[in-house]
Design a protein around this ligand. Structure first.
Ligand SMILES: [Zn+2]
Length: 332
């Protein structure tokens, strides 16, 4: 779209049209999952704001557009925490002083906070006066996965745009254009990313994830088995991988979902196609009823994990709850 590859055209088109007419807010929050493409959209909006051809902004041809696209426009400022964890008060004081200087090159100045959640409370307070009474040329864009990381006083000054997940077919097409990988891997990355194309790219290059996928499948087979000793093995595995616990649970849910597809004769819907033979075998051994139960219990385990429950205890109790379903079935 207008020379940039973005994923939210429908959301951005009205914003760009209104920027041509000068009907814009001074502060925006771009909220959406990590890797969904908010930064791309913010940069496109910045192109439109600084373009010298108002009627067709961003024209892609004027010197301002060319600079903005090259990332060298002096009036498009990206604020990041750099190699620190947070953006503090001092950085914001420098910035607010700088905001008061008129644009160097274009009619507007755009400030993009690449990860607004990295702004400390003090930094946000230091910014407040500027966003309450900004110079008429200044536009602020706060990018965040969760706008509750911003103070209510900041939020109330901003127009929020929600960036939804990208449809998985579209993510696959994007990955196909940029990565020479087998189709099944692209499909897996698209689904596993939850509709976040940039996250999907990181998944593709994450070799550690491949190991985790294999070991998670081994552990899942143990969770589903009827031997108690296997439950302990699965709990040990989960404890070892506690840093990536949420990812392991996501992988388990995807495998379980695939097994359910197989047991419902819908093999085409399987996502982990590279593991198909193993999944088929496991699905046949477990049965539809226990699978449904295992999915419910794994969703519960996911909630528990978010509450910082001890990983080993969480996995063990998951295994026992799944086994209990077995026992009930045998009795009944
Ligand atoms: Zn232009």
């Amino acid at each position: 779209m207008y020379g940039r590859e973005i994923f939210h055209e429908k959301l951005m088109e009205p914003l760009i049209l209104s920027s041509r007419e000068g009907r814009i807010a001074s502060s925006y929050i771009f909220e959406g999952a990590e890797g969904v493409g908010k930064m791309r959209a913010a940069l496109l909006f910045a192109d439109a704001l600084v373009c010298q051809n108002r009627v067709s902004a961003p024209c892609g041809k004027c010197p301002a557009c060319l600079r903005s696209r090259a990332g060298t426009h002096p009036d498009v400022v990206t604020v990041t925490s750099g190699n620190k964890k947070t953006v503090g008060v001092e950085r914001i004081r420098e910035l607010t002083a700088e905001v008061q200087l008129r644009p160097f090159y274009s009619q507007r100045k755009v400030y993009i906070f690449e990860d607004a959640s990295s702004l400390t409370e003090g930094a946000q307070n230091a910014l407040l006066k500027t966003i309450e009474e900004p110079p008429d040329y200044a536009v602020f864009i706060f990018i965040t996965a969760d706008k509750s990381s911003l103070l209510p006083t900041v939020r109330s000054r901003c127009v929020t745009l929600h960036f939804p997940p990208v449809e998985s077919g579209r993510v696959v097409r994007y990955l196909r254009e940029h990565h020479d990988e087998p189709e099944e891997r692209l499909r897996f990355a698209a689904v596993f990313s939850g509709g976040a194309p940039e996250r999907a790219e990181r998944i593709l290059s994450d070799e550690e994830l491949e190991r985790l996928r294999n070991e998670s499948l081994d552990a899942l087979s143990k969770l589903l088995s009827s031997k108690l000793v296997h439950a302990y093995d699965a709990a040990e595995f989960f404890e070892r991988e506690k840093e990536r616990a949420e990812q392991v649970i996501e992988l388990w849910l995807l495998y379980l979902r695939d097994m359910l597809c197989i047991s419902c004769d819908d093999e085409k819907a399987v996502i982990n196609t590279d593991k198909l033979p193993r999944l088929k075998k496991a699905a046949a051994a477990v049965g539809e009823r226990k699978l449904t139960r295992a999915i419910e219990e794994t969703l519960l385990a996911a909630q528990m994990q978010k509450r910082y429950v001890n990983p080993r205890a969480n996995a063990l109790s998951l295994a026992i709850r799944i086994k209990r379903a077995d026992m009930k079935r045998n009795r009944g």
